[in-house]
Design a protein around this ligand. Structure first.
Ligand code: HEM
Length: 481
């Protein structure tokens, strides 16, 4: 009896020693030099729960603030089961963005993107899809192929909203975005197919930045199913068109044509995966930032007034010239104040990391060594630096006066990331937000005062983002607000 007891005592002791050793190793990762300071939290879970607490969208998360006070602008942690370095140093963020190429994302997101996607496959394929995409989403592509459609789609949605007395800013922006992108990428789609695609999106918005367990019943599982269904619909559409000799649309034509002669043959699967990424990234970012911008405007009567003045001028100019009612590129370029508002909103709402990379080779940052394979998260704290932005917590579009409003990246402004992974949709997102604001100012409108904008990595609107809108257009009404 005593022997059995001793045997189990030894086994349990060994397990405890092994566990302690693993925990010690987890908390004290090895490196060739000195790791940045920080703590790794509990094994696997790390500090994820603290990190994922929602916070005011225009304030940096408490998690990051506390860590900066304790450790300074560069620290280590563990999130989503991965080893993480967080930096709020703009110089280091730029350097990492330039010298590291692999996008940093948790496994759930990598799986959504697909293993064969051209964005991560190789440097060459990535470079190539970037150049193809720029043809569509760069300013020339937007000017020639997008602005007219975008204006028309936005106007139609707002007319419907006005008839109903209001609409949800984020949901409506999401529909406008999908319609514009889908049309540009896939050409005209059968209404049933378009409806099916929209249904798949319902599973996406809330769940993708999570732990990576793909178990039935979880959000990740539902997302993967929705992804499968979407890919199937997109693929079937392409194959059907090919079989019937129908035109595949400009985007696919350029994709296939260009890639066949250039960086190797591209398969339909790869092309479909590629456009899927587009839908995913664009839909997660732009409608949220747009709705947050509308909220910031609605809270600032002076900004409201100035915007109304700017857009009334454009509406009046069009009436005088008796040209058709479409928004032109020149109109867009003349929206100086609107662009100042968009920049200011991007500055203030960038409270999540904008440079995300996997460190591909050991990196020396001052006294510290960042090991290869760690995930790097660069926060744009520079947006809140009082030396760069006077009274940085205030929403003040006038601070952008005389600044270059076309720049999507500078040493003090980094909402769209930097380096080889700089956002490809920045100009598109800015144009879409400006078109939305422009058409909104056809009406007398307000946003519900109780609307709150939170952030848990992604911007969230727990009570929705309702805009109340009257059917009456404001163009000829000079009473103002
Ligand atoms: C306000 C809206 C948007 C914001 C704030 C935003 C922000 C970002 C950020 C921070 C990155 C990562 C850059 C890095 O790691 O250095 C990124 C990448 C990317 N964005 Fe955006 N984005 C927006 C809208 C869009 C739209 C509308 C599209 C597409 C139509 C888009 C397509 C992409 C793509 C494809 C990448 C990956 C680029 C690459 O890996 O080469 N984004 N975006």
């Amino acid at each position: 009896m005593v022997e059995v007891y001793e045997f189990w005592t030894v086994i349990v002791s060994l397990i405890v020693v092994k566990l302690c050793h693993l925990i010690y190793k987890w908390r004290n990762p090895t490196t060739n030099g000195k790791l940045p300071p920080g703590s790794m939290g509990f094994p696997i879970i790390g500090e994820t729960f603290e990190f994922m607490k929602s916070h005011d969208a225009c304030q940096f998360p408490e998690f990051v603030k506390k860590k900066i006070i304790r450790y300074g602008p560069l620290f280590r942690t563990s999130l989503f089961g991965a080893k993480i370095i967080i930096s709020t140093d703009i110089g280091l963020n730029m350097e990492i963005a330039k010298t590291n190429h692999i996008p940093g994302m948790p496994k759930s997101l990598a799986r959504l993107f697909g293993e064969n996607n051209l964005f991560v496959q190789s440097k060459e394929s990535h470079k190539h899809v970037r150049s193809v995409t720029t043809q569509f989403l760069g300013s020339q592509g937007l000017k020639l192929g997008m602005i007219r459609d975008m204006d028309l789609v936005t106007r139609t949605h707002m007319e419907i909203g006005a008839r109903n007395g209001g609409f949800d800013a984020k949901e409506t922006a999401s529909r406008i975005l999908m319609e514009c992108l889908a049309k540009r990428v896939m050409g005209e789609m059968e209404p049933e197919v378009a409806k099916e695609l929209t249904k798949c999106w319902i599973h996406f918005p809330k769940g993708w930045f999570r732990f990576s367990w793909n178990i039935p019943g979880t959000g990740v599982y539902r997302m993967m199913k929705a992804r499968e269904q979407m890919m199937k619909i997109l693929k079937e559409t392409v194959f059907k068109r090919r079989a019937s000799g129908e035109d595949l649309g400009e985007f696919f034509n350029v994709m296939f044509g260009d890639m066949e002669g250039g960086a190797g043959k591209i398969s339909v699967e790869e092309a479909v995966e590629y456009i899927f990424i587009f839908f995913l990234i664009s839909n997660e970012s732009t409608p949220n930032v747009l709705a947050a911008t509308v909220k910031l405007i609605s809270e600032n009567p002076k900004v409201m007034q100035e915007l109304k003045r700017e857009h009334d001028r454009i509406f009046r100019g069009r009436n005088e010239k008796e040209t058709e009612a479409d928004l032109t590129w020149e109109d867009y370029k003349s929206m100086t104040f609107t662009q100042m508002v968009i920049n200011e909103s991007l500055r203030l709402t960038s409270t999540a990391p904008t440079v995300l990379r996997i460190i591909d080779h050991e990196f020396q940052a001052g006294d510290y060594t960042i090991p290869a394979g760690w995930l790097f998260m660069g926060y744009p704290n520079v947006h809140y630096n009082a030396e760069m932005y006077d009274d940085p917590l205030a929403f003040n579009p006038w601070r952008w006066k005389e600044k270059d409003l076309t720049a999507i990246l500078s040493k003090t402004f980094i909402p769209f990331g930097a380096g080889s992974r700089l956002c490809l949709g920045a100009d598109f997102a800015k144009l879409m937000t400006a078109t939305f604001i422009h058409n909104l100012f056809r009406y007398r409108w307000s946003m519900k005062t109780e609307t709150t904008v939170l952030r848990r990595i992604i911007l969230m609107f727990p009570g929705g983002s309702d805009i109340q809108i009257s059917g009456e257009t404001e163009m000829d009404n000079s009473s103002g607000y």
